[in-house]
Design a protein. Structure first.
Length: 395
């Protein structure tokens, strides 16, 4: 089949006329033909437009998914507040949820009394009785006794007698703590109820903590208190120290000014301390340089204002740790460490922030307060290595 038709010819005609018949062009082809651009340019433009539309579609789908997730989270939170059950309750609970459940378990109640004598500065604590204690023994009873102490002086602890096989013991014991009026507001009274075991570790039933700053000690107090789960970590308050740091890279000078300390732990028998401060530099976890302040007698809030200058090249500043330790001086025995703190690139929290502020502000002193930390914890973090010593040849 052919689309070419030939008209009949007469003998007199000398030409042949050929007629071509083709299909009419479509609308799109006609439109393309009207655009004054080559076909390859039109294809490139079409591809770019397609990619842009695809990216827009992906963004729209992503936004919709995020909104759905937010709505689901809000629904779960609202359901947990209202107490209604959700599918989240079918998931295995976290260990924190399990611990909270254990803490909510009833452990009993303790009746106590408080009386503060402002003249003699003595706090009289009475341990009256306990009721509905948690059974710790296999027979459904306990052998309870109570330990009493103040967080301001954790070395001094009292304990009651042990009462056998009872969940409702009556103690009627009283203990006296010597505590200055100025320290009362910052102390917490702790009473811990234990179960006595003859051949194993004593189990704690529960405890009560009473911040004395929240109590009106103008009157004698006698009341009941619910026992709660014991605190996992008992952090003893060692005190606070304030010092400033200044580093000048051009001269390689590090200046440490020990300003003052406050609320230091009592180390002497008369309830005071003879504090001084050691300033030490370590390099690559090895002891390098050290200096110390003068000794301040009979005080828990010493004022030093003593400056120490160390030469630390800028190339070593990243490998240096600054260790500040507070000591109690004793004439007859070895000096005791009260607490310490270290700063440097390996430090964390406020210590790292103080060190970073010093480096970010060269030539400008930066002062800050720091809480003293237990000596063992700081030494473990520092991981200091012993100094390298040359062997001495035998003569």
């Amino acid at each position: 089949m052919s689309n070419i038709t030939t008209a009949p010819t007469s003998p007199n005609s000398t030409t042949t006329t050929t007629v071509l018949t083709t299909a009419e062009p479509s609308f799109i082809e006609a439109l393309i033909n009207k655009i004054p651009l080559p076909r390859w340019a039109l294809i490139a433009i079409a591809v770019v437009v397609g990619l842009v539309l695809l990216l827009l579609l992906i963004c729209i789908i992503k936004c919709c998914c995020c909104r759905k997730k937010r709505k689901k989270k809000e629904k779960v939170n609202l359901a947990s507040i209202n107490g209604s059950s959700t599918t989240a309750s079918l998931v295995q609970p976290d260990t924190e949820d399990i611990e909270c459940g254990l803490e909510d378990e009833k452990r009993g109640r303790l009746q106590y009394s408080l009386e503060y004598d402002f003249r003699s500065q003595e706090l009289k604590v009475g341990v009256k009785q306990a009721a509905d204690l948690k059974a710790m023994d296999s027979g459904g009873t306990s052998d309870p006794y109570v330990i009493v102490y103040l967080t301001s002086d954790m070395k001094k602890k009292y304990e009651t007698k042990v009462y056998r096989k009872t969940l409702n013991p009556v103690f009627n014991d009283s203990f006296i703590f010597q505590i200055p009026q100025a320290d009362v507001a910052e102390s917490t009274l702790v009473m811990q109820v234990y179960d006595f075991n003859r051949f194993s570790k004593h189990d704690i039933i529960g405890e009560m903590r009473l911040p004395l700053g929240d109590v009106d000690l103008q009157h004698v107090i006698e009341q009941w208190h619910e026992l709660t789960a014991a605190s996992k970590i008992e952090q003893e308050r060692l005190g606070e120290i304030c010092f400033s740091l200044r580093y000048v890279p051009s001269t390689s000078k590090l200046t440490v000014v020990i300003l003052e300390a406050k609320k230091l732990k009592r180390m002497d028998a008369h309830g005071l301390s003879d504090p001084y401060v050691k300033v030490q530099l370590t390099l690559n976890k090895k002891k390098w340089k050290k200096k110390k302040t003068s000794i301040k007698k009979n005080t828990l809030s010493p004022y030093f204002n003593e400056a120490f200058v160390f030469e630390v090249p800028f190339s070593l500043i990243q490998n240096v740790d600054l260790v500040i330790s507070v000591w109690d001086h004793d004439k007859m025995t070895k000096d005791d460490q009260i607490g310490k703190v270290f700063l440097g690139c390996r430090a964390t929290g406020n210590q790292l922030r103080h060190w970073s502020d010093m480096l970010a502000n060269p030539r400008r002193p930066v002062a800050q307060w720091h809480n003293l930390q237990p000596v063992e914890d700081v030494d473990k973090t520092l991981g200091l290595k012993p100094r390298f010593k040359l062997p001495i040849p035998n003569r």
